[in-house]
Design a protein around this ligand. Structure first.
Ligand SMILES: *Cc1c(COP(=O)(O)O)cnc(C)c1O
Length: 411
């Protein structure tokens, strides 16, 4: 595979035009959109309007005149098709961590008599921490986190398990759980499921309604490109919504916040899963960032992601300078999310040396270099150039410069 072959693949790519929606410096290869998506031009325009016109001129009137008040619902409905969710089940709110707390508490209330939240030891730490925090608050007799190995999940689903809480795509290995079969297994054992879609939404096709998923959460700033600290989303299947309350009973989830009554009365449906005032500027950014999906089918994005990943692996494995790199996780690309990774004892320094050469990936403990594959803007030629620079850095030992081993707070 030569560089010219990659250019030809880009010329034939039906998604190629979407790259123009993003601000990306020429020469930069951005392989970290799974951690922080790049800036869509539409977001810059929208933020300017929100700040200078809506906030700047129209001030508080904008809650009504620019529908700020409806943003959490409206943005939720824009995310819903990417999740395979019919209207009325998704809201954009808070952070993923906070939404996990809300839904864990709601899910435990939906499944009285059971107290165990079961998860896997490969799960993203915040998911486990939030369950531990809830357990501490309500007491272990009401909420006990049980952590098992991925392969032990089916056998561990006993009649104490209230909620099976898993992250669909593993942030380290890229491995993707079989959502349909695990959801079915959980239901057969009487448990509910709570899926974390942080590395799935905008990356792989999802079918929450078809798979009868109970609850889900996910991130706005990764594959959805909503910007740093973008608000997250949550999904609650319609059949559950009016049976429970979530514990963060803030006024924005009240049925009539501007009646200012002393007693909390939840808004019906998904609206009751909001808590406080939405971060309007961030949510407007999310809203604008999602418009690109009007021109992209997630199925096409997924098949390009698999092609790009295949190319990445092929180029690494065919390069004699890169024999020290070992593929991370599942080899079958159809059972992975949209990232590739390689083990190497010097992964941290190699990633820093790559960043110094404008190829941005990231490092995950203990020894993984991780590259997000985001087909809305990533080209075949970008993958070619990234692997060429990687081979140069590893082949010549460029990463041995001590400056590349200095750890920053964010890796
Ligand atoms: C990125 C990520 C989060 C982030 O949660 P925040 O509350 O937004 O910090 C949560 N879960 C998973 C699986 C993630 O990958």
């Amino acid at each position: 595979m030569q560089r010219a072959d990659c250019i030809a693949l880009d010329e034939a790519d039906s998604l190629a035009g979407l790259r123009a929606h993003f601000r990306l410096e020429e020469g930069l290869v951005y392989l970290d959109g799974n951690s922080l998506g790049p800036l869509p031009h539409a977001v810059a325009t929208r933020i300017d309007a929100v700040v200078n016109n809506e906030w700047g001129k129209d001030l508080i009137r904008s809650w009504n005149t620019h529908d700020w008040i409806d943003l959490p619902r409206k943005v939720g409905e824009k995310i819903a098709p990417l999740l395979g969710a019919a209207p009325g089940q998704v809201i954009c709110a808070d952070s993923t961590s906070v939404n996990l707390f809300k839904l864990l508490a709601a899910g435990l209330a939906l499944n009285p008599g059971r107290r165990v939240v079961m998860s896997s030891n490969s799960n993203f730490p915040t998911d486990l921490y939030m369950a531990q925090g809830l357990g501490q608050l309500v007491g272990e007799e009401h909420c006990e986190l049980k952590i098992v190995d991925d392969e032990d999940i089916p056998a561990a689903l006993d009649n104490n398990v209230a909620i099976l809480m898993l992250t669909h795509v593993d942030f380290r290995s890229g491995a993707m759980h079989d959502m349909q079969s695990l959801t079915r297994l959980a239901h057969e054992s009487g448990a509910l499921v709570l899926w974390d879609l942080a590395h799935s939404a905008g990356a792989v096709p999802l079918a929450l309604d078809d798979f009868e998923v109970d609850m889900a959460v996910g991130c706005g700033y990764k594959f959805l490109n909503g910007g740093p600290g973008a608000p997250a989303f949550l999904y609650v299947a319609e059949r559950h919504q009016d049976k429970v309350r979530q514990p963060l009973a803030g006024w924005m989830g009240h049925a009539a916040p501007f009646e200012f009554k002393t007693a909390y009365r939840p808004a019906p449906g998904i609206a009751g899963f909001a808590a406080g005032t939405p971060a309007v500027i961030s949510m407007a950014a999310m809203d604008a960032a999602l418009d690109v999906w009007q021109q992209a089918r997630i199925e096409d994005v997924r098949s390009k992601s698999i092609q790009l990943s295949e190319l990445f692996r092929h180029l690494v494995e065919a390069n004699p300078a890169l024999t020290g790199l070992e593929w991370v996780g599942e080899r079958d690309l159809h059972q992975r999310g949209s990232q590739v990774g390689f083990h190497h004892p010097e992964a941290y320094a190699i990633v820093q040396a790559l960043i110094a050469q404008d190829v941005i990936g990231d490092f995950r403990e203990p020894d993984i270099m991780r590259f997000g594959i985001c087909p809305l803007y990533l080209r075949f030629v970008d993958v070619f150039d990234a692997v060429a620079r990687l081979a140069d850095i590893v082949g010549k030992g460029v990463y041995r410069d001590p400056g590349f081993s200095q750890r920053s707070r964010v890796t």
